[in-house]
Each structure stands twice: as C-alpha cells, then as structure tokens.
Design a binder for this molecule. Sequence first.
Ligand SMILES: [Zn+2]
Length: 313
Amino acid sequence: MDDSHVHSDCDTGPESKSFIPAGRPQNTVAERVEFRGRGMFHGIEATVVLLPAPADTGIVFRRSDLAGSPLIGASCEYVAREPRRTVLEAAEGVRIETVEHLMAALAGLHVDNCIVEINAPELPGFDGSCRPFCDEILAVGTVAIDAVVNSFVVDGIHTVQSADRAQTLVLRPYLYSCLAVTYHLDYGRHAPLLPQSMSAEISPEFFYAEISGARTFVLESEISMLRKMGYGGHLTARDIVIVGNDGIENNTLRWPDEAVRHKILDSVGDLALAGTPVYGHVTAYRSGHRLNQKLAGTITSLVKRQRFNRAMA
Ligand SMILES: [Zn+2]
C-alpha cells in the first residue's frame, strides 16, 4: 500500500488459508427499499425495489416488466459485452444494464443477499455515484442472518491484463479480512485528467464516507462517440462529470481525486459479480469494467476449484 493507504476497522484475520469463515454474519436489507430514476445510458425511467432474501441467495435481479418475471443472478457468468458499463444477460432480451453502482453499494455496505426487482432494462443512474442507493439502504438498515459469509481468502497472486497489456489487475493476499483496492488512474501525461492513485480498505464506513459519493465521469472526447451510439442523450454537464481540455465542464468535483474514487467504486461493484466476498488486495492499473469482469471470472474459477479441493481433502 502506498502513502495514501487508509486502514479502517476491518476484522483482523492474518491467517492466510482459503475459506476461513471470517466470522461476519451474512446480511440482507431489513425491509423493502424503493428507488426511482432514469438509466444513465438509455434514459428510461425505472422503479427498483430491494427485497430481503434468505442466506446464500446472493444478489438476484428480477425483471418484473417481462413475461414470467425472469431472474438474473448477479454473476459474472451472465456478463454481456457492452461498452462503458456492466450488463448482465441471462437469455435473449432478459438483461439488466449498468448494474455496477448498485452492486457496489450492496457489496460496500455488506448486503450479501437481496432480490432486486426492476421494471426496466437499466438501473437508475442518479448523480452518477452510488450514494443515493447507499442512503436509502442505510435508512432502513441491514439485518444479520443466521449464517456466516463464505469468503474467498486470496492465497496466491493472480494477474489479468488487457490484450494490449495497457490495463492490468493484480490480486494478492492481504493481511486483513477485507477487500483492499489500490487504483492507479493514468490517461497519459497530456490527458486532461492528471494521473491519480488511491488505496482503500473497503469497510462499510469507509466505503460510504469516501467512495460511494464519487461520480462517474466521461472525457469530452468520448461524448460524441457515446451519443452516436445512442447513449446518454438526456444528460448534460450538470448530470455527469465531463472532463474537457480546460478542466471540469459546468460542474464542481466532490474531491480533487473524485475520478479515481469512482474507479474504486466500479471495481468493488464489478468484483461483487464473483458472488463471494473477497479478502485480498487488488491493484489496478488503468482497469475498466471489462478487465474487472475478467478478474471476477478468475475469482469465480478459483473459488470453485478450491471448494472442490476442500471437499475432496
Ligand atoms: Zn461507474
């Protein structure tokens, strides 16, 4: 961890053996939570309802607007390849878009089990952060279930890279029973957004205070390309942080390093698609959704293999 490392009050558990239950009980939302808002990419109004769920349900989406109200598990096995966001697709037409910010809110606040009913194809974007999700969840609170989390304690070094090797994610063991993320954001020395780095241990308190309010951002040079693809036509510079050549357009940053904080938020949300709390340290160099999803897939494979080995031992 570098100088900006922040140690928060994670459960201590320096033993480095996989699948030691860290003692934390599984949680769900204490009662029904409802959100309404327009999706960031498609602009469609959505109503989302979070419902309590029993132990080992995980996070499961239900498209209440489609015939039969089909379910889509929040798992990397359903990830569909779409630019700039994370999309899950269980079958043709049965998809749920831009799941990463709600997934980050749930993982960051330790909500392990929840049914997410939604009557539209995309989750609300709100202000581009996941603070509105967190505020409503915290307003009703979470309740412990009589079962402990079956965490994945990282015991090796695992690296995933983009094909051009420009983006890298490295997962390593960590001293404490929590997820730690170090993110290095770097668009190059001549980019409008200067390089910035941050390290954080993702406790609910730290996540809420320092990460959940960080908004998504887009470079001005990317705007026209996204609009040509039909995305975000309803958004203005007041709704989304646009980084232009002369700085932030018609908006004020919440932190000087808000961009890297949002990258950590996205990482937490995408890695939650592994379906298992990860106790390890992720170091990210310029990673985006696709590479985060790839690491979530790697974690899923490691979890399956180690559970098999454990069962056979
Ligand atoms: Zn994001």
